[in-house]
Design a binder for this molecule. Structure first.
Ligand code: ADP
Ligand code: ZN
Length: 301
């Protein structure tokens, strides 16, 4: 069933699960699968098996986009391009994902390799809440905290890639009689204070069991608002999208806006906070849609 639209392939290469898809238009995959992330060999074998089956159904893949968990070598000029760096995830440190995928496919396919959060930012910029915005931050608050940034529409890499989860935070815990930090590297960073496991460690129960009026959400909102203030100060985005499991909490985004207003001190002239601070419109699909959109960008040159 070949059509004249080029077939795009996408991989959301997460630390806990892999999502693979093929599509002609990124928001509408023709075929998709998801499976838990195992050893690199098992995971790549499952990935290749899926794409082989997809090619039997839809013809050759013209380009592939990968949004990966990190840290990862996403610099195309680096000799280690395509590799996963210092992860504690068994077997993955030093594994070159791009090379393994290339070797598994019979035909040479151009592959774009990005961080999961940069890919998600592209998904939102092309099809979601960031449509038409050139400078977009995408922050995910889940098991960890990560962030991607599109600068004038292009993913920001820097020397490696930003790791906004490890930006330093003031000690907002003290006001609540707590002192929780789950990052083994830093005494008070955003991830250490505000990721899902930090909420659970502080209050003795996971976030999804804490009621809407629990003080956890005021404190959580303050940390995330301070994170958004720092991103505003450093990067001057058009909008900041905040998603991930923790943002499933009803009303949290409103609390973040209200804390942001207080912490911003009236300094910045910004769009209305309902637009400036939003949850992602594609929700959990931003990563895979973004990976497919990355493939599409390769073909646009
Ligand atoms: P990952 O970061 O592993 O991809 P998620 O983005 O789904 O995973 O985030 C998982 C985290 O989100 C867990 O720490 C979980 O406790 C938290 N979480 C899930 N649902 C809610 C909720 N409704 N309110 C607050 N926290 C939640
Ligand atoms: Zn840290």
């Amino acid at each position: 069933m070949e059509s004249n639209q080029p077939l795009l392939a996408g991989i959301e290469a997460g630390g806990t699960k892999y999502v693979c898809a093929v599509a002609e238009t990124p928001e509408e995959p023709l075929m998709e699968t998801r499976f838990p992330t195992g050893s690199p060999e098992e995971t790549v074998a499952q990935t290749i098996a899926f794409f082989r089956e997809a090619m039997e159904n839809y013809g050759p893949i013209r380009a592939m986009g990968i949004g990966t968990f990190g840290p990862a070598d996403i610099n195309p000029r680096s000799p280690g391009y395509g590799g996963i760096l210092t992860t504690p995830k068994e077997g993955w440190a030093g594994f070159n994902l791009v090379n393994a995928i290339r070797e598994g496919l019979d035909e040479p396919v151009p592959i774009a390799f990005e961080t999961d959060v940069n890919a998600a930012a592209i998904g939102e910029a092309e099809f979601g809440a960031g449509k038409h915005l050139r400078n977009l931050c995408y922050v995910t608050v889940g098991t960890g905290i990560g962030g991607g940034f599109l600068h004038d529409g292009v993913p920001l890499h820097g020397r490696m890639h930003p790791e906004i989860g490890h930006m330093t935070m003031p000690d907002f815990d003290a006001e609540f009689g707590k002192n929780t930090n789950v990052c083994p590297f830093h005494p008070s960073c955003l991830e250490g204070r505000a990721c899902g496991p930090a909420i659970e460690a502080r209050w003795g129960a996971p976030g999804d069991t804490l009621g809407e009026d629990h003080p956890a959400w005021t404190l959580e909102a303050r940390y995330l608002a301070q994170g958004a203030i720092n991103l505003t100060a450093a990067w001057s985005p058009d909008a900041i999208l905040i998603g991930g499991g923790v943002l499933q909490q009803y009303g949290l985004i409103d609390r973040i806006r209200s804390e942001f207003e207080t912490l911003a001190g009236g300094y910045w002239s910004l769009p209305p906070l309902e637009l400036y601070l939003q949850t992602p419109a594609l929700d959990q699909r931003a990563g895979i849609v973004g990976a497919l959109a990355l493939a599409g960008r390769l073909l646009q040159g």
